[in-house]
Design a binder for this molecule. Structure first.
Ligand SMILES: CC(C)(COP(=O)(O)OP(=O)(O)OC[C@H]1O[C@@H](n2cnc3c(N)ncnc32)[C@H](O)[C@@H]1OP(=O)(O)O)[C@@H](O)C(=O)NCCC(=O)NCCS
Length: 150
């Protein structure tokens, strides 16, 4: 993506990330949630998106875990001021490339059933529901992208 880079999240970034989270998620993670995943260095990747000319400014982030052949997308968000410019797609494509190289065969995620924007974002990238959300109890539904290896 022209003008932006993905870099690893550092502890000092959590405050800015949490600010974006509070502004754009229906049910934001607490700061401790980000700190927890940042500490899981072996299994979890936590990247943030910054303008190339200002690596302190965070405009988005993505957090995921790869376990054997499955990649689990834990969180993705873009600063509201930057929605609709392809930044979320860029981060997701970077995850897919990384997961493929690491031998993952599919990507799985939980999404709130009423997060229609995120659901349409995932569908536009080839994710589908594992079960019909209307038949699943609770607030979440599971989506997956299969056949990552081609
Ligand atoms: C979901 C999110 C990450 C998308 O980021 P983004 O940078 O705006 O997404 P993109 O610009 O790459 O858009 C890609 C596709 O998503 C869908 N999309 C994005 N914004 C949309 C909107 N306002 N309405 C409907 N569809 C939308 C479209 O299908 C779009 O494809 P198009 O550009 O060809 O129409 C962002 O909206 C966000 O941070 N949402 C809040 C956090 C969240 O819900 N995360 C998911 C938790 S499970």
């Amino acid at each position: 993506m022209h003008g932006f880079i993905l870099r690893r999240v550092e502890p000092a970034d959590i405050e800015a990330i949490h600010r974006i989270e509070e502004e754009c998620q229906f049910r934001p993670w607490p700061t401790a949630g980000f700190e927890f995943h940042l500490a899981q260095e072996r299994s979890t990747r936590f990247w943030c998106l910054c303008p190339k000319d200002n690596r302190e400014r965070i405009v988005g982030y993505i957090c995921f875990r790869i376990l054997f052949e499955e990649c689990y997308l834990l969180n993705i968000a873009v600063d509201k001021d930057y929605w609709g410019r392809g930044l979320g797609s860029f981060m997701l494509k970077c995850l897919l490339t990384y997961a493929r190289r690491r031998g993952a065969k599919k990507v799985v995620l939980d999404v709130y059933k009423d997060n229609f924007l995120a659901i349409s974002f995932y569908q536009s990238h080839g994710f589908s529901f594992v079960c019909n959300p209307r038949r699943v109890k609770g607030e979440f539904c599971v989506m997956e992208m299969k056949s990552l290896s081609q």
